[in-house]
Design a protein around this ligand. Structure first.
Ligand SMILES: Nc1ncnc2c1ncn2[C@@H]1O[C@H](COP(=O)(O)OP(=O)(O)O)[C@@H](O)[C@H]1O
Ligand SMILES: [Mg+2]
Length: 370
């Protein structure tokens, strides 16, 4: 297959300073016999379109996380790929929006009976919206920004005054709404999910916080995630969860349910917390999660007997199969384009089948400054 790996680059379209994951994925795809090109996206949409038209890929392996300085640019990029009639891995614009807005996600989880922390949204320009009387302590984070950006030690608040201070900081520094959630004390797990019709959950990974100094809250803040020199980074590590089969099965079931509820396509990772009383809360669902060889997702896949090149190929197969089954705009555009050659009415001609990095570096800089 001709595959274009599409990725965000920081400086400009000309830059080839890609996140490590880009070369890892490209190499894995080449090992599977594909013809692979990498295309960097920064802020020049015309160049992106020209680059794609020149390469004419059978599939775009989409790893774009943002566009220019816009962290929601990935959604528009997926829309652009749809309009260009290209097939690509991962979510479309609608699905991506559902997982990026963490409040909207919770509303969908509620419908499916999946537990999530109770919450309130503090928009920049509106009154706040609450899901009921919230119980302190609260955890305050940006509504949409991910990768632990905007998550600090003082994200955990125990009084109204520090809550409002944190909300204001998120409004000002990140230009995002603030989400205040009830703090879920407990163990933290990540579960990778792979698939469309019958998604499978990978073995859970647990965040081991035991190396943190006494009294420090057990959360993966931006320092713990990005600042390699910090005590938070050194004190946290992710490990394959050593848990009873029954708990493993429960975590995996909740994860698949959440993945489905949010309509994730091809692959994703669900972040969860388990309380002392055995309740499992979904913190967030990461569609098209980070795919580096040492990421939680790839490590969990390896533990499930799926080596890295096979994992990347699996994602390609899932995407290709999804389009073959008729999901996505591509099929419709094609069916409209095809001239009916056998006397069928045009409406019948192509009936849809009914079965149907870089950001991290910036975050690291910010975490080190914090
Ligand atoms: N409601 C909560 N209760 C306890 N810890 C939380 C809560 N929300 C977030 N955290 C901590 O903050 C981390 C990052 O939050 P998350 O919602 O996953 O955002 P991101 O998109 O930045 O990964 C989590 O891994 C967890 O350690
Ligand atoms: Mg997370």
């Amino acid at each position: 297959m001709r595959i274009t790996v599409l990725t965000y680059v920081e400086a400009s379209e000309r830059s080839t300073e890609y996140d490590v994951v880009v070369n890892q994925v490209a190499r894995a795809l080449r090992r599977q016999g594909h013809q692979v090109a990498v295309l960097g996206v920064h802020a020049d949409v015309k160049r992106v379109i020209a680059g794609l038209q020149r390469r004419r890929p059978d599939l775009v392996f989409n790893m774009v996380e943002m566009f220019a300085e816009n962290i929601f640019g990935d959604i528009a990029m997926e829309g652009l790929l749809d309009l260009l009639g290209l097939e690509y891995t991962g979510c479309g614009p609608g699905e991506s929006y559902l997982t990026q807005d963490k409040a909207l996600s919770k509303k969908l989880l509620a419908f499916h009976g999946i537990l999530y922390p109770r919450f309130a949204v503090f928009a920049r320009d509106a009154d706040f919206e609450t899901g009921g009387n919230l119980r302190m302590p609260l955890f305050v984070k940006p509504l949409r920004t991910d990768a632990s950006i905007g998550i600090h030690r003082n994200s955990l608040v125990t009084d109204m005054k520090s809550l409002m201070r944190r909300v204001a900081t998120i409004h000002e520094d990140l230009n995002d709404s603030a989400l205040a959630e009830e703090y879920i004390e407990g163990r933290e797990f990540y579960v990778g999910v792979l698939g469309n019709h019958d998604p499978i959950a990978l073995p859970p990974i647990e965040l081991d916080f035991s190396g943190l100094p006494e009294g420090v809250p057990h959360v993966l803040d931006s320092k713990a995630k990005w600042d390699e020199n910090s005590a938070a980074y050194k004190g946290t590590k992710s490990v394959l969860a050593d848990i009873p089969d029954e708990l493993r099965a429960k975590l995996q079931k909740v994860s698949v349910d959440a993945y489905r509820a949010l309509r994730v396509r091809d692959y994703g990772r669900v972040d969860l917390r388990l309380t002392d009383t055995g309740d499992i809360y979904v913190l967030e669902v990461n569609a098209s999660c980070y795919l580096a060889r040492d990421s939680e997702f790839a490590v969990a896949a390896a533990a499930a007997g799926i080596p890295y090149p096979a994992l990347i190929q699996r994602i390609v197969d899932l995407a290709t199969d999804r389009y073959r089954r008729g999901a996505g705009l591509r099929t419709r555009t094609d069916s409209l384009k095809k001239a009916p050659s056998n006397g069928k009415k045009s409406g019948e001609a192509g009936k849809k089948s009914t079965d149907e990095g870089k950001k991290g570096e910036e975050a690291a800089k910010k975490a080190a400054e914090a």
